[in-house]
Every structure is written in C-alpha cells, then in structure tokens.
Ligand binder design. Structure first.
Ligand code: FAD
Length: 409
C-alpha cells in the first residue's frame, strides 16, 4: 500500500512489506472470518508468524531478530491489517514488547551498568520468543484515567525477596488466556510513600500460569472479536526480577520523551482503511471472486463516492507516513501535534471510509460472506484505543496548540 519507489522505502521496509502482503493475502485473509465469527484467538496465525520470523520483527538483529525499526514495523503492520485486523492488532501488542524494550530504549538515558543489565534481561525474553514462539501481550487499561496517561496505574507491585508481588485488575486485556506473558504496566509501591507516582511505573512480563493470575469475564464485542480482550486479575501474583521489561523509571522516560510509541495501534487501522477502499474498487468493477460479475462502476454517484474515499485515503496515508517517518526521541511540539493529528485521522477516517464503502457498495456487500462488514465493525474500534483515543488527541491538540509549557489562565 506504500509503493517502495514512490515512498522511498528502505530495502528492509520494501522486503518486510512484501512479505507481510503475501502472508496476509494467502494465510490471514482466508481465516479472518472464522476468528471474527467465533470471537476466538487466531492461534494458528501466531504459529505461522513464529515460523516465518514475524514474531521477532523488532527484536534487535544482534539478538537474532529481524531488527526492524519503528517505521519498518508500522508499514509491515499496516499490510497485515488489510487482511486480518484482530491479528494485526494483537501482533502489535506482542511486537511493542520488543520494540519498546529494544530499539526505543537505545534512545533513552540509562547508566551503563543498568543498560547492560537491561539488554541481558531482554535478551532472555527475545531468545524465548525466537526459540519457542512465546507471545507477549500489553494489558494496560484499568477503566480509569491511568491508561490515558494522567494518573498512576492502580495495579501495584511490591518488592519482595527475588521479585515483585502484584495486585490489581486490567480490563480489555487482548490475548487474555492466550499470551504466554502479560506485559503489564503497574505502579511500584514502597512502604511509607503516601502518593503513587507515574514515575514509579514498572513494565513487568507476568507468566500466564503464575499463581494468582486469572482471566475473567466474557468477550462478545462489536468488532476486533479475535483479540479476545477479557479481564485479567492479579491477586498476590509473584514474578521474579527477570520479569522486568524495563528498569524502574524507564517507562516514564519513554512515555514522555518518545511519544510516538503510542502511535503503534494505528497501523492496523491504516490497513483496514486501505482494505475497505480496495474492496469497493473490486466490488464496483464486478471483480469480487465469490460474486456474480455485475458492474456498478458506471453510476456517477458511485464514482463520486469512490473519489471521495480516494481523497480521504490519500490524505490519511500522507499524514500518517510523515508522522511515522519523524518518530524519535524528544520530538518538537509541532511533531507531537502532527502525531496526534495523524493518529486521530487514521482512526476516524478508517471508520468513515469503511462506512462509506458499505453505503456505496450496497446491500449485498454487507453480507457476512464478504469481508466488508467485518472491516466496518473492526474500524469502529480504532478511535477508542487509549492512550491516544480520537477524543484525547483532539483534547491535547487544542490545549497544546494554544498554550506553551507552564502557561495558565
Ligand atoms: C478491541 C479492543 C482491544 C483492546 N485491547 C487492549 C489491550 O490489549 N490493552 C489495553 O491496555 N487496552 C486495550 N483496549 C482498551 C482501550 O485501549 C481502552 O482502554 C478502552 O477502550 C477504554 O474503555 P473505557 O470504557 O474504560 O473508556 P474510558 O476510559 O471511560 O474512556 C472513554 C473515553 O473518554 C475519554 N477519556 C478517557 N480518559 C480521559 C481523560 N483522562 N481525559 C479526557 N478524556 C478521557 C477517551 O476519549 C475515551 O475514549 C482495547 C479496546 C478494544 C475495544
């Protein structure tokens, strides 16, 4: 969807996106309806992604992974999102466990001994992913303001001999019951400290079968049904020190100095927007494989609708590509505003393009035998993703465009 020559992709980006496109079309697409219908986790896809190296896409090359950086990952994830939104979105949770702890932390400040320890610790996690196909998730949300980044997480970790004792609850924990490690964000609490602080956020990989970890609640949502985002409860769950995916204080530094890290949910929806547009073109040309070859492209209203979708898609791709290209440490204010604008645009436009596709293609196109109605439902979920929901992006753009740091009225 991003032509290597036109968008001047690197050879690695061109190769990864081609691989993802082929894998998506041949493996993900034929299975996608099943995960959606059953609201079941795409376990078979993960087995195949382990076999073809995609579980290690952002594991540093020196640790045996493919060594993709932020933009290469985003472009690859967008290709997968065209074929199965639920797989692309959950794969994002897994990949961030390696991207945020790997390439991203190299841009952050850490004393050298801490960095050496961090690299060794993560190296062990990466080795297990590459060797055994371990899958990591990212349950951060708790139903309050913590996942929006405004207060400390209510899930707590207390230091005990050899590790941490965790208590709390996560909602919408994609891959619940299916990930091998739950990469949770929680607040380290110490005796005598009155107020929990976001600076004390810990990022811990909790083994699925650790005593005190339970999955609860049912899962029957509108869209993204294959993510299986049930609730996770931690009751005095113990994890060893090796579970730390970042040293204390580093997640806070990452969140404040490398804000584009929160754009990683957007590629899935960029892919869905492209898929809804592609479907419309093929359908109106009478070229959808399982349908009679009836052409609908000659009606002016359809042509206008397609033109409007094309304009919206091109605007979305251009802004998103610029924002993922300039991702890095300590971005300027203008770059952060652009990142929020890009996130908002992708999430809202994916839903708008999918809605327009349903209206334009017509009645038969929304049957469950075709992928469009799933794209429409999956697309609707993008704007809800914390910490950069569509509402919060607007909230922050408005505030930061009008106020410089420290200004009040
Ligand atoms: C399919 C799916 C998969 C998901 N997977 C995961 C996952 O793997 N891990 C994970 O951590 N979460 C996941 N989420 C959760 C998601 O990121 C949100 O946390 C969740 O949708 C919030 O639901 P809520 O009802 O608690 O909304 P609320 O937190 O009540 O938010 C509702 C809206 O209010 C606004 N809002 C919230 N807080 C503030 C604030 N402080 N200031 C101003 N406005 C605010 C936001 O725009 C938000 O959209 C998933 C969600 C979905 C739908």
């Amino acid at each position: 969807m991003f032509d290597p020559a036109a968008f001047r992709l690197t050879p690695q980006e061109a190769a990864l996106t081609a691989q993802a496109r082929e894998f998506g079309a041949t493996v993900l697409a034929p299975r996608a309806a099943r995960w959606d219908r059953e609201a079941s986790f795409p376990t078979g896809n993960y087995r195949d992604m382990h076999a073809n190296g995609l579980l290690g896409i952002c594991i540093p090359a020196e640790d045996g992974g493919l060594g993709a950086g932020f933009r290469a990952y985003c472009l690859t994830a967008a290709e997968l999102g065209r074929y199965c939104g639920a797989t692309a979105l959950t794969w994002n949770m897994h990949v961030c466990s390696t991207l945020w702890t790997g390439a991203l932390t190299e841009d952050l400040d850490m004393p050298e001994p801490a960095r050496a320890e961090h690299r060794a610790r993560c190296g062990a996690h990466y080795a297990a992913i590459l060797r055994d196909g371990l899958v990591y998730s990212q349950p951060f949300s708790e139903g309050g303001a913590a996942a929006a980044g405004t207060i400390a997480f209510g899930t707590t970790a207390r230091r005990v001999p050899g590790g941490y004792r965790i208590n709390g609850k996560k909602i919408f924990a994609s891959l619940a019951g299916h990930a091998d490690r739950y990469g949770i964000l929680c607040t380290e609490v110490r005796e005598g400290e009155a107020k929990p602080s976001r600076r004390d956020t810990l990022y811990l990989a909790v083994p699925r079968d650790a005593p005190g970890v339970t999955v609860e609640g049912d899962w029957d949502p509108l869209g993204m049904r294959g993510t299986v985002s049930r609730n996770l409860v931690f009751t005095d769950a113990f994890v060893s020190e090796d579970a730390a995916l970042m040293p204390p204080g580093l997640y806070f530094q990452a969140a404040t100095r490398w804000p584009h890290m929160f754009m990683t949910l957007s590629p899935t929806y960029m892919g869905i927007a492209q898929a809804a547009y592609d479907f419309t073109i093929r359908y109106l040309r009478g070229e959808w494989p399982s349908m009679p070859p009836v052409k609908r492209r000659m009606y002016p209203t359809k042509q206008i609708a397609v033109a409007e979708m094309c304009v919206m898609l091109e605007q979305t791709k251009a802004l998103w590509f610029q924002a993922i290209t300039e991702a890095g440490p300590d971005p300027s204010k203008e770059q952060v505003l652009r990142a929020w604008a890009a996130q908002h645009t992708v999430m809202e436009n994916a839903a708008a393009i999918a809605a327009k596709a349903v209206r334009t293609c017509g009645g038969q196109a929304m049957l469950k035998s075709l992928p469009l109605e799933r794209l429409y439902r999956d697309a609707r979920c993008g704007s809800l993703m914390l910490p950069w929901t569509a509402e919060l992006c607007i909230d922050r753009i408005g505030r930061d465009a009008l106020y410089e740091k420290g200004e009040t009225d």
